[in-house]
Design a protein around this ligand. Structure first.
Ligand SMILES: C[S@@+](CC[C@H](N)C(=O)[O-])C[C@H]1O[C@@H](n2cnc3c(N)ncnc32)[C@H](O)[C@@H]1O
Length: 234
């Protein structure tokens, strides 16, 4: 089964994902940080791109609280069907779209991009398209928020990389979920994303990933990135 089919299957019969209505906690903190530091002008009509939106909890938070226009991309029709039912909002466009394919949005048009544990399922070639597209559509003063799996201190990740290798650096095929995942060391993340964005803040946190009936300790990076446009010296 492809990653997409695995996700469709998961949304038909949820075993691992959270179907919460609340925004993801670390993303919520990121938005508070943006507001507190006046990094983004929240009085403007904001344009938000939610990559791998799932059932739309984070999209709904941005549309409902900040009147943002949200483009919510996911490649799972099942996820979007549920999203349209439980998080319908006139400001959200739920779009069936692979985040590793060119985005149907103009250059420099998005204020905030969020990637809440979505792109860790991409392979290297796909990740290159995703990074270039995020860079292209993000405004000069825009921000990207990424929550992704961290390698450091995650014994479960290190075990899976050894036992169920995914064929690329620091990847595994999850033994229960059958989904490919990439974990990032801090230096690898900074090196890759640093080619496209400025890394403003990066913190590692422990969280839990549900596999069947058990919760496993996992480590996550919460990263605040800013567009690097306008940096070129002419
Ligand atoms: C762990 S869930 C997170 C959902 C959402 N971001 C949240 O915080 O509730 C990852 C989501 O990414 C989606 N996804 C994974 N790979 C994708 C791809 N290549 N294109 C579009 N969506 C993808 C999955 O369908 C799933 O809904």
């Amino acid at each position: 089964m492809s990653n997409q089919e695995q996700w469709d299957d998961e949304y038909k019969n949820p075993r691992f994902i959270s179907l919460s209505h609340k925004p993801q906690k670390d993303f919520f903190r990121f938005v508070k940080w943006l507001k507190k530091n006046k990094n983004i002008d929240f009085t403007q009509k904001l344009s938000v791109l939610d990559l791998g939106a799932g059932v739309g909890r984070n999209s709904f938070y941005m549309a409902d609280n900040y009147d943002a226009k949200v483009y919510a991309y996911d490649f799972s029709e099942e996820a979007l069907e549920q999203a349209r039912m439980i998080h319908a909002h006139p400001q959200i466009s739920f779009v069936l779209h692979n985040i590793a394919e060119p985005y149907d949005l103009p250059d420099n048009s998005v204020d905030i991009i969020l990637d809440v544990t979505s792109s860790n399922a991409l392979n290297e070639k796909e990740r290159t398209v995703y990074l270039a597209e995020c860079q292209r559509v993000l405004k000069k003063d825009g921000y990207l928020y990424v929550r992704t799996l961290a390698k450091e201190g995650d014994v479960n990740a290190q075990k899976m990389i050894q036992e169920f290798p995914g064929g690329e650096k620091d990847t595994y095929i999850h033994p229960v979920r059958k989904i490919r995942e990439r974990v990032f060391s801090g230096p690898d993340f900074k090196k890759l994303y640093g080619n496209y964005f400025k890394v403003i803040r990066m913190e590692r946190k422990t969280g839990y990933q549900r596999w069947g009936k058990q919760n496993y300790k996992r480590n996550y990076w919460n990263v605040y990135l800013k567009s690097n446009k306008g940096e070129e010296v002419i």
